[in-house]
Ligand binder design. Structure first.
Ligand SMILES: Cc1cc2nc3c(=O)[nH]c(=O)nc-3n(C[C@H](O)[C@H](O)[C@H](O)COP(=O)(O)O)c2cc1C
Length: 220
């Protein structure tokens, strides 16, 4: 009798464990968007992209395809060498900048290592990424966040210098990609950083540097 009860208990536990791990896997897979491989060839010739680079503040309602989003994020801050170095430089290769992507269906963190997006929030926080009306119209808003724990620089002036310069390289990558793809973009310092950090549930040692709106321009 005792053996029978123990066996049934074991079966029940095994079933529950299997069910739980399935549940965890499902929840996990819902929170990760695997991006398609970025298109790392072609595009506009560099000199032409530099000629076309400009800020644009008008956006149509057209969304970016997964493929374009993938290439945009890779251009911004993807890994472009087998040793893990990136498309933008950083002092001592500290790689302190994280790119968050606010879209209509939520807020995501770009994970360059696996070239994927991790869902952080399910709300549309586009409007909170800036103090100007047009930000809510853009297909997406990038938020550049320096992870000060990775930077580990005690001098506040050096923190300002490194976080600012590191972000600027990513932003220019985005500008050039957008010029090449016919996308409209504008980098923005006019951000309520304290309010946005709270909405994004950032740690105290994560610092929002700039935001950048991206989308298709309206048809003329
Ligand atoms: C650090 C920085 C902060 C900026 N902040 C804003 C901003 O908050 N809102 C905005 O509409 N444009 C912003 N801009 C965009 C500038 O206004 C724009 O780059 C400038 O007018 C020159 O235009 P161009 O980029 O088309 O050459 C910012 C640019 C930089 C470099």
């Amino acid at each position: 009798m005792e053996v029978f009860i123990m066996t049934r208990l074991r079966v029940k536990i095994a079933f529950l464990t299997g069910f739980l791990s399935m549940l965890v896997a499902t929840v996990h897979s819902q929170e990760i968007i695997k991006l398609p491989a970025p298109k790392t060839e072609g595009g506009m010739p560099l000199m032409q992209a530099l000629k076309e680079r400009k800020s644009g503040r008008e956006f149509s309602s057209r969304k970016l395809s997964r493929e374009t989003l993938s290439s945009l994020l890779w251009a911004a801050w993807g890994i472009n060498r087998p040793d893990g170095h990136r498309t933008a430089p950083s002092a001592r290769n500290l790689q302190d900048i994280d790119v968050y992507v606010a879209m209509n269906d939520g807020l995501y963190l770009y994970e360059a290592k696996n070239h994927q997006l991790q869902k952080i929030l399910s709300e549309d926080i586009c409007g909170a990424t800036g103090n100007q009306d047009y930000v809510k119209d853009a297909a997406l808003n990038l938020i550049f966040v320096s992870d000060l724990a990775k930077l580990n620089v005690p001098d506040p002036m050096a923190v300002e210098f490194f976080t600012g310069t590191h972000t600027a390289f990513l932003s220019q990558n985005v500008y050039l990609f957008c010029a090449s793809e016919g996308l409209s973009t504008v980098v923005r310092g006019n951000v309520d950083r304290a309010a946005l950090a709270k909405i994004m549930k950032l740690r105290a040692d994560q610092k929002i540097t700039l935001a950048q709106s991206v989308g298709y321009p309206p048809k003329r």
